[in-house]
Design a protein around this ligand. Structure first.
Ligand code: BTN
Length: 252
């Protein structure tokens, strides 16, 4: 299990504060509620979340045994539009898992990290109205929940412990933090977008685009330099999808 001192021993950049909570509804909520007090560079970690949140109002199951943390940083508004922090974070998490666990992960546009075809990690970046601060929330399944994953997600979720014997969670949190902070505050994705594309496992796959209440068949054919997903519909028309209100589901 991670400790504040161990995390700090791996941190390369200046860090403002590390707050470890036993239990909270959501580290992103905690960061939002305390955003005035939390300086850029703060890290909020919870051993368990009772109301973990994902994109599009979904919940993120967060029992004890996983890593749930939020990084508070600032984002240069001229470069930080839309999904840039999410793209940088996804690449940062993949690199960290590779460094700390020797495992190569894939990215499911826009914010999910997969390992061997199953979801291992979710990312939720949220902007605030205070001094350009943004909140980067990351949830990584380290161990399976005591009673296993729930029926709804047991076929689509995985945990690191299913793939490696021992995990230094302090190092993993710190390396993710270091990787993200290298790109803050500009979050210019030029330097990582090629890696994001290479790690993407939706390109050339048949997918469903979930837009409002609609589920539309399409094929993912690329990712633009701004991180949008380019899809082609059965009538051959193409569209660049901005991540806002959309998510994709593999059509398999
Ligand atoms: C998703 O799967 O759509 C994103 C999940 C993001 C989960 C992390 S865990 C830490 C932070 N706190 C939250 O409530 N959500 C993020």
């Amino acid at each position: 299990m991670y400790t504040k001192n161990n995390i700090l021993s791996y941190i390369k950049n200046d860090i403002h504060d590390v707050i470890i909570l036993n239990e909270i509804d959501s580290t992103n909520n905690y960061a939002k509620e305390n955003i005035e007090k939390l300086d850029a560079g703060s890290l909020v970690i919870a051993k368990k979340q009772l109301g973990g949140r994902g994109r599009r109002g979904r919940s993120f199951l967060s029992p004890e045994g996983g890593l749930y943390f939020s990084i508070i940083t600032t984002a240069d508004s001229s470069l930080c539009s839309g999904c840039f922090p999410t793209v940088v974070t996804a690449v940062s998490v993949c690199r960290a898992i590779e460094e700390c666990c020797g495992l190569s992960c894939d990215i499911k546009w826009v914010n999910d990290i997969y390992l061997n075809g199953k979801k291992l990690c979710g990312i939720l970046c949220e902007s605030t109205s205070v001094n350009d601060k943004i909140i980067i929330g990351i949830g990584i399944n380290i161990n399976k929940p005591v009673n296993g994953f729930s029926k709804e997600i047991s076929d689509i979720a995985t945990a690191l412990s299913e793939h490696v014997n021992s995990i230094d969670s302090s190092k993993l949190i710190a390396v993710v933090y270091n990787n993200i902070m290298t790109h803050s505050p500009d979050f210019n994705i030029k330097s990582v977008i090629d890696e994001y594309r290479t790690r993407s496992f939706v390109i050339n796959k048949d997918i469903y685009v979930l837009k409002n209440e609609e589920k539309i068949k399409a094929k993912a054919i690329g990712i633009t330099d701004s991180g949008e997903l380019t899809v082609e519909y059965p009538d051959k028309t193409k569209e660049n999808l901005f991540y806002g209100d959309i998510s994709v589901k593999l059509n398999i």
